[in-house]
Design a protein around this ligand. Sequence first.
Ligand code: ATR
Length: 281
Amino acid sequence: MQNAGITALGLDWKYLAFDVHPDELRSAIEGAKAMRYIGLNLTVPHKLLAMEMVDDLDESAREWGAVNTIRFEGRSEGVDWQPLGGLAMSGAAQVRSRGFNTDAEALACALREELRCNLAGSTVLVLGAGGAGRVAALKMAAEHAKELILINRTTEKAIAIADEIKRRFPNTATRVGYPAGAVDLVINATSLGLRPNDSLPFEESRFSLKNARAVYDMIYRPSESRLLETAKAAGCRTANGLGMLLYQGAKALEIWTGKPAPVEVMKKALEENIYGSRKPQ
Ligand code: ATR
């Protein structure tokens, strides 16, 4: 996805994947900085650890408490901090790492683009209270959802997130439990659905998907989880998590280049890579 986007923008950069042990994350970031890399993406479990390891935090990383994108920036005499991907900054005298988060915005973007959701004023059921569930719930509140209902296997974690939302976004009515009536949107941020025999991520005796208008599953492999299959049969609009993966990457590329990302090119490359020629419905 990133290399397709880079090529389409006419850049001679390369996007590479590395396995880094959490104990060596600091050295890896410093090493990339010393080698004048343009930027990095990070995934679990590095997103939280990197908060303490970058030289500077963008507002997006501060807001969501996690870093999934790093941009290296250079400074020379008389020139303020500039992205290393920009003009002639590879010879910069000083370099710093700056952490960003593109996950939350990517979720909102996928919900708007793929499910035609109007988040403001909506009622949203969020399943899961891990790292992804927390960001999803907070982002829905930041987008002015009217009502947020949280469910998690470990209830205490959902309560902690509800408390954080009540503090930070008091205009959204937030509670832990099951919906009493219809919801506009259900978001699955649990790992239930990754395996073929997984149960649905909620108790079917307590909620029916007939009471949901749209369902977003952050899982994209399989392309249609049992949750999405059941939701489709119940008449809901559905989308899997590939859009979130796409938009977090597109936004990262924009942070590094300062240019609009070629989203369609990146989407095609991502679909080919994940699903091969067998494009899901
Ligand atoms: P991520 O960073 O992707 O959010 P995570 O923090 O490990 O990953 O969160 C995984 C989520 O899936 C959690 O909400 C977890 O529930 P718990 O908080 O109770 O652990 C949920 N989850 C994982 N396996 C589950 C299972 N078998 N049944 C129900 N929920 C499950």
